[in-house]
Design a protein around this ligand. Structure first.
Ligand SMILES: Nc1nc2c(ncn2[C@@H]2O[C@H](COP(=O)(O)OP(=O)(O)OP(=O)(O)O)[C@@H](O)[C@H]2O)c(=O)[nH]1
Ligand SMILES: [Mg+2]
Length: 252
């Protein structure tokens, strides 16, 4: 068998399961840190439940992902996860799933590892959402997950700080209603409503066009150019206002 024959034979095995996302479907990428419970606790010894160094490394990673060759309309991060809404008509790599998942997991793992100077990795999946409404629901879902995580994490660490062991702390929280969790925190001197918004709702990222003032040495005149810049939103709105914000970045 010559090389061309061998090449033809083997390509079939390489590409037979090569799935491509159908057109006219939104793609939302979700990237999640692998074993970050261990990384944040045992390896990095980060502050809990929230650490600004960890948050900043995640922010830097989202920005990198928005600038690494995929048309991202909106980015979002909470805890150890990142979501990216891709342009509706995105046809980078012929919409091949393996390309998106492998490249975006690789880009985030590499960038985040350099940011914290410690080896870390992310997994990646693509949600295929057929309607605009489902895109709204997706991002509302992640925001509500952030809210629940924050409430539970504050309760958990309040109990742990009282010298409760992990299992007892988990069990005590599991049986509490939202109101009771708020009350527990209040007794520990924390008013959950007063916590900074990014911890409860996550952080949003979108492109903005800004004016850039310059100077033309030849004409000796000031110049004004437009530039695309990533805006980082630490105080995301909720409910309908959040949907309106998302819709303002849809490209259809
Ligand atoms: N200390 C600390 N931990 C954080 C922070 N943000 C996220 N984490 C932790 O990151 C982990 C994320 O949860 P998961 O993604 O469910 O857990 P995981 O260990 O990454 O598991 P897999 O995703 O299944 O690999 C939780 O344990 C969080 O407590 C932070 O700011 N500080
Ligand atoms: Mg994880």
């Amino acid at each position: 068998m010559n090389f061309d024959q061998l090449d033809q034979l083997m390509r079939v095995y390489e590409t037979s399961n090569d799935l491509a996302v159908l057109p006219n479907i939104w793609m939302v990428v979700r990237i999640d840190g692998r074993s970050f419970t261990r990384l944040t606790k045992d390896v990095m010894n980060y502050q809990r439940p929230f650490d600004q160094r960890f948050r900043d490394a995640m922010i830097s990673t989202v920005k990198h992902l928005m600038e690494c060759g995929f048309p991202v309309l909106y980015g979002y991060t909470q805890s150890d996860e990142i979501s990216l809404l891709l342009s509706y008509g995105c046809d980078v790599f012929g919409r091949k799933l393996r390309k998106y998942c492998s490249i975006l997991a690789g880009e985030s793992s590499g960038h985040f590892s350099l940011a914290i100077q410690q080896q870390a990795s992310f997994d990646c999946r693509i949600c295929q959402l057929p309607t605009d409404q489902l895109v709204h629901d997706y991002f509302r879902w992640r925001m509500e997950d952030a809210h629940r995580n924050a409430l539970n994490a504050y309760c958990y660490w309040s109990l742990r700080d009282q010298a409760l062991d992990p299992q007892t702390a988990h069990m005590q929280i599991a049986n509490l209603s939202v109101a009771q969790k708020n009350e527990l925190l209040f007794q520990h001197g924390i008013n959950f409503n007063d916590l900074v918004a990014w911890q409860k709702r996550g952080i949003g990222f979108y492109w903005q066009t800004v004016d850039l003032q310059g100077y033309n040495p030849q004409t000796q005149m000031p110049t004004l150019t437009k530039r695309r810049k990533i805006h980082v939103e630490f105080e995301l709105p909720q409910r309908e206002a959040y949907s309106n914000l998302l819709a303002s970045h849809f490209d259809r």
